[in-house]
Ligand binder design. Structure first.
Ligand code: CA
Length: 565
């Protein structure tokens, strides 16, 4: 860094604080990225333009050979798995379980060793769908207790909507976790067909008799709750009646599957939970076949509920590790293997880009029991240390992406949005009126290691700006008012577990990290985040067979909300 750049940095901070930004601004009509992108663009403009030109031509030639069509996308997002939990056979041996299908997928493509998700489910999924940091859409943290009364805003433009405009057919199968208000449902967010549970699967799995027997939950299962009802005055304290699995087509109403009104046998039964998982696996294969039979390219979005599973009862344990999540992971590994076999059988292997990644680190609450643990990195789901956010990620595109390769470049889940749009030739459908955090990583995908376009990340814990990454350095911001001289900065190569902050790092880097944060905040002032109010609404609208108990739950929800006002 020379003095000129320091000067520019200071100038920018100065301009940012006065609110009169004049430089490094996105050009009108171009995608608006976050401020840090322009710091990099300024230094690499020529090289990036040359690479873009070459790869655009390469993609055009590929398209010609594919009958004029861009590739299909199969995107698989695995719940709560941290870095190294699959894809690296040596670590399978270390942990006493195996994931052969996922390891094979890793061998067939590019392994992104520095892929960052967000720290938890809902934010990561919003980030992928919108290409934006989840705080921009006010999707700050996973809602776990139904009903929620919030969800992904109708004006957020998802990757499914972007690809639909470019002529793709789109289907979503599995976990959704983007809220229970009608605008947030997948079939209202760009998917022509969708099957999904209304809420997260952990709460569901915990509200079964089996989970009660295994002491994961108290007084929630059907029998236990009834026994305790002798002294129960408030019938609404337990969220019975919530909506479970839904199916829908674009523009239509959703239907709840497999549950009848007043049918407590199926509500919260572990058997029903397992059936839903199996059904999603069957449906993803059905969807793959249906999409393959059409002329247009497709985007199939599969978000399985495995390996989340608290219950050991009825399971046959087959692996040295013995953990219950690990056993469920083995099942998922088999299922992914079957899905990829089907891709081959249908003759789709060459013209389908397969992207598989984790959505956040493992659950701390089930350490030991689950069979998973943090390994290289410290921290778990809902943590913004690397263990919460560094996830396995593999991309396969035979004859385009080099097999059995690795990249050490920083990639954020939002980059997948932008890169998919570029590969599909759909970048013109990306909104130009808001910040798109995802940068185009097409060159990294096609040319491999060191060709990435991101060396930074802004990290939020919920709605709170919490950490900043630049290159190998990561700062954990101290509480407001603490002297910045104490800025704890970690070197992620030498201290991947973020346990030993560099003693005098703050002396040279404090100003640079401060500038980064200031430019990010300046852009946020210009393009503000959505509010809680904007994403709020009436839960469970748009369901044609909504059960009376779900309506009662919703009424109680509104009544309780009013009392809190
Ligand atoms: Ca998750």
């Amino acid at each position: 860094m020379d003095r000129y750049k320091v000067f520019l940095g200071l100038l920018f901070v100065n301009l940012a604080t006065t609110g009169t930004l004049v430089q490094a601004q996105p050009k009108s009509g171009e995608i608006i990225h976050d401020a840090e992108h322009y710091v990099l663009l300024e230094q690499h403009r020529e090289r990036w333009a040359q690479e873009d030109k070459a790869n655009k031509q390469r993609l055009e030639e590929w398209k010609k050979k594919n009958g004029g069509k861009p590739p299909n996308f199969l995107y698989i997002l695995v719940d709560d798995v941290g870095f190294g939990e699959f894809g690296i056979p040596e670590l399978n041996y270390v942990r006493g379980y195996s994931t052969p299908s996922l390891n094979k997928l890793s061998d067939q493509g590019l392994s992104l060793t520095r892929m960052y998700s967000e720290p938890s489910c809902t934010p990561t999924r919003t980030a992928f769908l919108t290409g934006r940091m989840p705080s921009r859409a006010h999707m700050l943290e996973p809602k776990v207790v139904p009903p929620e009364g919030t969800g992904l805003h109708k004006d957020e433009v998802t990757i499914a909507e972007v690809l639909r405009k470019a002529g793709y057919n789109t289907s979503h199968v599995g976990k959704w976790h983007q809220g229970d208000v009608e605008m947030a449902y997948p079939h209202n967010q760009g998917f022509e067909y969708a099957v999904f549970p209304m809420h997260n699967q952990a709460t569901f799995n915990l509200m079964t008799e089996e989970a009660e027997v295994e002491r994961w939950a108290n007084g929630v299962s059907r029998d236990a709750a009834q026994a305790e009802m002798a002294y129960t005055l408030d019938d609404n304290f337990r969220p019975y009646g919530w909506v479970l699995g839904l199916e829908a087509k674009e523009g239509g109403k959703a239907r709840e599957w497999g549950v009848k009104a007043g049918d407590r046998e199926h509500n919260y039964s572990y058997e029903y939970f397992l059936k839903l998982n199996e059904r999603y696996q069957d449906q993803v294969i059905e969807q793959l076949r249906e999409l393959a039979a059409k002329d247009e390219p497709f985007f199939l979005n599969y978000w399985p509920q495995n390996p989340m599973d608290f219950t050991r009862l009825g399971k046959k344990f087959t692996q040295a590790n013995g953990g219950v999540f690990v056993e469920s992971m083995k099942q998922l590994d088999t299922w992914i293997g079957e899905l990829l076999d089907e891709v081959d059988k249908l003759g789709l292997a060459e013209n389908t880009v397969v992207i598989l990644m984790g959505d956040n680190g493992h659950m701390e609450q089930v350490l030991g029991y689950s069979g998973f643990t943090d390994m290289v990195y410290r921290g778990f789901k809902a943590h913004s240390t690397e263990g919460g956010m560094r996830v396995p990620a593999f991309i396969r595109w035979p004859n385009v992406i080099e097999p059995d390769t690795y990249a050490g470049d920083i990639v954020h889940v939002t980059d997948i949005f932008t890169t998919m749009a570029h590969i599909a030739g759909a970048e013109k459908h990306i909104s130009r009126d808001r910040v798109i955090d995802g940068v185009d990583q097409t060159t990294l995908f096609l040319d491999g290691d060191t060709k990435g376009r991101r060396d930074y990340l802004h990290i939020y814990d919920g709605g709170k700006y919490s950490k900043t990454i630049k290159q190998q350095f990561k700062v954990h911001w101290p509480a407001p008012g603490e002297p910045s001289f104490k800025l704890p900065v970690y070197d992620l190569y030498r201290d991947p577990r973020e346990e030993r902050p560099l003693k005098v790092q703050g002396m040279w880097s404090v100003a640079y990290f401060g500038d980064m944060k200031a430019r990010h905040m300046a852009f946020k002032r210009k393009w503000p985040d959505r509010t809680e109010k904007e994403i709020s609404g009436v839960p469970y609208e748009g369901i044609e067979n909504l059960r009376p108990e779900s309506i009662a739950l919703r009424e109680y929800f509104f009544f309780a909300q009013k009392l809190a006002k």
